[in-house]
Design a protein around this ligand. Structure first.
Ligand SMILES: [Zn+2]
Length: 337
């Protein structure tokens, strides 16, 4: 019997001990190769894209020959204004990609020996890097099959202690109003995109915007998807009768939800409704990349983090947005000059 890919040595191409043993110089060199793959790690100016730069090796700073501006290897990336050594960020990425069901900020903080707040923001930035991969992506195409489904998260109402005090939690007046639905669209053999809504019906417009209209869309019996018939060739499966019948099935969308549920119950216990969109996108990335080696995943997340500008949401999060304000001002300046 052939070995499952994840059991093979080919799935383990990067390890925590390998990165933890790196010197500062080796970690910097690796990050530069991830950030500037076209020049094999040689610095490229983030201000004017000029490939000719001096390096002040004692200060670990570059200076552009063209625009004369100085920068470091993390300038203009998600890790800009970093406080930790680069090796710690690389270690964080390895821990993060290896945690296939997600990881809590407390756990990451214990592994890195940093404050909870540091680990929380770092993990959120890595989630942003993962989510960037499917930003604006439209799934499907002529004859391509895409599965859609929804999964309710949050809004739990704890039952009262005594039986006579308990209420019927199925009734709308006894619910908390905080329940949300994660809507997923998953192309077979392709990418997964997610969004969070109040009801499945509200998700129909998102599905229409993110799936090519020539696609074949698979959905379950929920009434919320009836609105999709006007736009797509639909295949519906009634889960009361079967999980797969007459070529219709949404099992790949269900697989995504299985991973999301395990992250919710097994890792985080509670997911903040405010940031549910980000957790949902993280699990979609993990689902899409589950059959890649961890070294490949490490490079993908590292490259995305290096390609993204400093995060407006997470840079200076614990300073109550003071840094975000500076960022907005800087961006406004760069657009206006
Ligand atoms: Zn320059």
């Amino acid at each position: 019997m052939s070995q499952h890919f994840l059991m093979s040595a080919a799935a383990r191409t990067v390890s925590l001990k390998q990165v933890a043993r790196m010197t500062d110089g080796e970690a910097c060199a690796l990050f530069r190769k991830i950030r500037w793959p076209k020049t094999n790690g040689a610095a490229v100016c983030p201000h004017c894209d000029c490939p000719k730069c001096y390096e002040y090796t004692t200060r670990n700073v570059f200076k552009c020959k063209a625009c004369r501006k100085q920068f470091s290897e993390t300038s203009g990336t998600l890790f800009a204004w970093r406080k930790l050594p680069i090796r710690d960020y690389l270690i964080a990425i390895v821990i993060f990609v290896n945690a296939v069901k997600g990881i809590s900020a407390l756990q990451l903080g214990r592994d890195l020996d940093v404050q909870y707040k540091t680990a929380y923001v770092l993990a959120m930035k890595l989630r942003e890097a993962m989510a960037a991969e499917v930003r604006g992506v439209v799934l499907g195409g002529e004859g391509v099959e895409v599965e859609v489904d929804g999964c309710y998260v949050g809004g739990h109402v704890r039952p009262e202690n005594k039986k006579e005090d308990r209420k019927d939690r199925r009734r709308a007046e006894n619910q908390s109003g905080k329940r949300q639905v994660v809507v997923v669209a998953r192309e077979r053999g392709g990418k997964t995109v997610t969004m969070v809504f109040g009801t499945e019906e509200e998700g129909a417009s998102f599905i229409k915007a993110r799936i090519d209209r020539n696609s074949i869309v698979h959905a379950d019996e929920a009434a919320g998807w009836n609105a999709l018939h006007a736009r797509f060739a639909m295949k519906r499966i009634n889960h009361q009768d079967a999980y797969s019948a007459d070529g219709a099935c949404t099992n790949q969308a269900e697989s995504y939800f299985a991973r999301l549920r395990r992250a919710q119950w097994g890792q985080r216990h509670r997911i903040s409704g405010k940031y549910l969109t980000r957790y949902a996108a993280e699990m979609a990335w993990r689902e899409d990349h589950r059959r890649e080696s961890n070294g490949e995943q490490f490079r993908t997340v590292g490259f995305r983090a290096a390609a993204l500008p400093p995060s407006v949401d997470w840079c200076g999060y614990w300073q109550r947005g003071a840094c975000s304000l500076i960022l907005c001002v800087q961006r406004f300046d760069s657009f206006s000059t």
